[in-house]
Design a protein around this ligand. Structure first.
Ligand code: G3P
Ligand code: MG
Length: 251
């Protein structure tokens, strides 16, 4: 059985790792999340030019590395040589852009992992197939959950890994309405990942009535965390797993 259904609730996902304390989507951020005692991490997966799954959020490398250009133009070797740490602080200079394989090697079966399929700029690429191959290779079928704003990705990954849960990400407000309603229930009957302000108590209740879980992104304000826990959210994505765990411990 997938571990999602055995984790303590509400689940705390360290968003892009412990990204309040370390550069997002780096091994340092995932290591810190583990050290801080959190049970789950979220990361953003994309393909490199040579077809390796790498972990980076934006379409370009400009904001988080010392290089410039579209993610899809760089090879794994390029990503290994990039500095994805010093934009955050000097202390992290030399952190590279990790491959998903590295994350699975170090954290597989230690942390529960939400892999967000983020090939939004290249939706026809074989990202779901490559990610599924790695999950099988590392035997992590019970340790991963997939999410995406693109429901086609979820449809594809479910065919490859039917035993893994999928969560449909919904944009804020009107833009995310379809994902929070019938598209969500068609592709992802188990989980919906709404934006913080759309995750009202009645929305959460309605999803529970339909036997769907609710994981909310991205929740950093302690008052919001407290409110969501009280309103019955099944999980949250947060940059600050320390504060979220303190609040959960007081429930
Ligand atoms: O999965 C939650 C959250 O990561 C979705 O948005 O843009 O931070 O990947 P984003
Ligand atoms: Mg993400």
């Amino acid at each position: 059985m997938n571990r999602l259904f055995e984790l303590p609730k509400p689940i705390i996902f360290a968003h892009r790792g412990a990204s309040a304390y370390a550069p997002e989507n780096t091994m340092a951020a995932f290591r810190l999340a583990a050290q801080q005692g959190v049970e789950a991490i979220e990361l953003d997966a994309k393909l490199s030019a040579d077809g390796e799954v790498i972990v980076i959020h934006d379409k370009t490398v400009d904001r988080t590395t010392n290089a410039k250009g579209a993610v899809s133009q760089f090879s794994l070797r390029d990503f290994q040589q990039m500095d994805a740490g010093s934009y955050f602080s000097e202390e992290f200079r030399g952190e590279s852009v990790p491959a998903l394989r590295q994350v699975f090697e170090e954290f597989g079966r230690k942390l529960y992992i939400n892999v967000e399929l983020t090939n939004y700029a290249t939706p026809r690429d074989p990202l779901p197939e490559k990610v599924a191959e790695l999950v099988r290779l590392f035997h992590l079928e019970d340790w991963v959950l997939f999410s995406s704003f693109n429901p086609i990705n979820l449809y594809r990954i479910r065919r490859l890994l039917p035993e893994c849960p999928v969560g449909i990400l919904a944009l804020e407000g009107l833009a995310g309405w379809l994902a929070r309603s019938f598209i969500g229930s068609w592709f992802a009957p188990h989980i919906v990942h709404p934006y913080l302000r759309d995750a009202t108590k009645s929305f959460i209740q309605k999803q529970h009535d339909r036997h769907r879980r609710v994981h909310v992104w991205t929740v950093n304000d302690p008052l919001d965390i407290q409110r969501l826990f009280e309103d019955g959210a099944d999980g949250i994505f947060t940059d600050d797993p320390v504060v979220a765990q303190q609040i959960r411990n007081r429930l």
